[in-house]
Design a protein around this ligand. Structure first.
Ligand code: SF4
Ligand code: SF4
Length: 150
């Protein structure tokens, strides 16, 4: 008997490849270096103050976080895992960012206090400076990537 094929596994793998390619394309076009080997971001909708707050959306340098149908969503392909949204959220544990550094170190942030600790490190400051450099023109550029959010 031949080996069974893991269709679900193959689909997940393909989806990961698609996301990676899109991420490389978009961030490459923006001229934004990908600081981390990988990352994830979660939002706890039960803790969120809602649209009246909007602090995380305003803070995001790539507009990766936005409102859809009354819910915050994140377009992970353009998320830099920079933690600006975490640093600007008043609610501890509402947004959680986990990322892997090029050396394999895994970091996790879910409060301003944790982000502030990071910013005291030289590498953290460098990352923030790089993001700030590209910020002024991102709105115009990302408007051309509207279909990403559909
Ligand atoms: S981690 Fe940075 S890029 Fe990602 S959603 Fe938060 S502010 Fe935006
Ligand atoms: S900053 Fe925090 S509380 Fe405010 S909208 Fe964003 S996730 Fe919700």
């Amino acid at each position: 008997m031949g080996e069974s094929i893991d269709i679900f596994g193959l689909m997940v793998e393909e989806e990961e490849k698609r996301k990676k390619a899109l991420r490389e394309e978009v961030l490459g076009a923006l001229g934004v270096p990908d600081f981390f080997k990988g990352g994830s971001i979660w939002i706890d909708a039960r803790k969120c103050y809602g649209r009246e707050c909007d602090m995380c959306v305003k803070a995001c340098p790539t507009k990766a976080i936005f409102w859809r149908g009354g819910q915050l969503v994140v377009q992970e392909e353009i998320c830099l895992f920079c933690t600006a949204c975490v640093a600007n959220c008043m609610v501890e544990g509402c947004i959680r960012v986990r990322r892997t550094r090029p050396d394999g170190t895994v970091e996790e942030f879910s409060s301003l206090r944790e982000v502030a600790t990071l910013l005291r490190s030289i590498s953290g400051r460098k990352a923030l400076e790089a993001v700030e450099k590209i910020f002024p023109s991102l709105g115009d550029f990302l408007s051309r990537f509207g279909p990403l959010r559909s």
